[in-house]
Design a protein around this ligand. Structure first.
Ligand code: SF4
Length: 335
């Protein structure tokens, strides 16, 4: 084990860079969404009180570089968003950007006015999502309007288009309507092979991908993942997220709360956080063995597309049983 752990206790390292999720609610239900955001998610938002606790905790992190504001789609509550940005600035937290899907950018003037308001509150930049997954919900003309308005307000250096190559490819599609993934693949010469888009985007085989895009991947028996470890992901604090309930997620592991806002670096033991413990010390097959031995778990599938697929299957079983503090929030498992 690395020096941040001991045989009996684990601790999450200092936070380095991450995001504050104001909500799981989104205008879209993108097939690739790791956090399973959608219009059906509970309409729960981070309160200003909780945001204050989050920023206070971040201000105590000695290695924290910057923080972005994310959703769901944070612009759904523009007033709250502006207040949260101003609060972060007042509390000395270094903001990097707001992440948005551009759905709200119906015209340039409105988009510019809103960005100006957020810039005055202290926002330094914007990340605009551009992908065939988003384009199933957001017409490209809105993505383009968002990018242009953001450049007007924040300058080119303050705007990230993610992913730029896919933005260029989407510009070749009908702009005033949405396009399906199959339509994009066909137009882009990807042989209607959805798996090819996955490779371009760098899909992570977790979250909603497990429901919507699992056919993009070959599947293997659970035991094939026995050599997979997860300490690298679970100790990775360079892209953490804190959700609207105050749960801390490290690495690319939504639904496993490594800490909570009251204590972002708890002393983790096999007794108080068994799910995190078994994943961090042995990987998903170690969790599977423990869940089989102690909680009557049986794999729900013959084969899994990734270690995170297996991990999610086990966590769903444990979540249904209840009583595991680190399996959170409920809304992640309910959808
Ligand atoms: S298997 Fe589980 S703990 Fe490991 S990286 Fe995937 S989601 Fe995270």
């Amino acid at each position: 084990m690395d020096d941040h752990s001991s045989p009996t206790t684990l601790t999450i390292p200092a936070l380095r860079s991450g995001g504050v999720m104001l909500t799981y609610r989104c205008t879209n239900k993108c097939k690739h969404c790791l956090y399973r955001c959608s219009p059906q998610q509970v309409d729960t938002w981070m309160s200003l009180d909780l945001a204050e606790q989050v920023f206070a905790a971040m201000a105590r992190e000695p290695q924290l570089r910057d923080v972005h504001i994310a959703g769901g789609e944070a612009t759904l509550k523009m007033d709250l968003l502006a207040d949260v940005i101003a609060l972060a600035v007042r509390m000395g937290v270094s903001l990097s950007y707001l992440e948005t899907n551009a759905m709200w950018c119906t015209d340039g003037d409105t988009a510019r006015e809103s960005f100006l308001r957020l810039a005055r509150a202290g926002l330094p930049g914007v990340l605009v999502s551009a992908s065939p997954y988003h384009n199933e919900f957001v017409p490209f003309v809105r993505t383009q309007t968002c990018v242009e308005a953001a450049i007007d307000v924040f300058g080119r250096g303050g705007v990230i288009v993610w992913i730029p190559q896919l933005y260029q490819a989407l510009a070749q599609m009908p702009a005033d309507r949405t396009n399906t993934l199959a339509e994009f693949c066909h137009a882009a010469g990807l042989s209607d092979e959805i798996g090819a888009v996955g490779r371009i985007y760098g899909l992570i085989p977790g979250g909603r991908v497990l429901d919507e895009l699992r056919d993009c991947y070959p599947a293997r028996p659970a035991e094939d993942f026995s050599s997979c470890r997860c300490d690298g992901e679970l100790y990775n604090t360079s892209h953490f997220h804190i959700d609207p309930f105050g749960n801390l997620f490290t690495g690319l592991c939504p639904g496993i709360a490594a800490g909570k806002i009251g204590d972002l670096h708890p002393q983790i033991t096999a007794e108080n956080h068994p799910v995190f413990w078994h994943l961090a010390t042995g990987g998903p097959c170690a969790l599977m063995q423990w869940a089989r031995d102690h909680h009557n778990y049986q794999p729900q599938r013959d084969a899994y597309i990734s270690k995170c697929d297996l991990c999610t299957d086990i966590r769903r079983h444990l979540h249904a049983l209840g009583g595991f503090e680190e399996i959170a929030p409920d809304t992640f498992y309910a959808n």
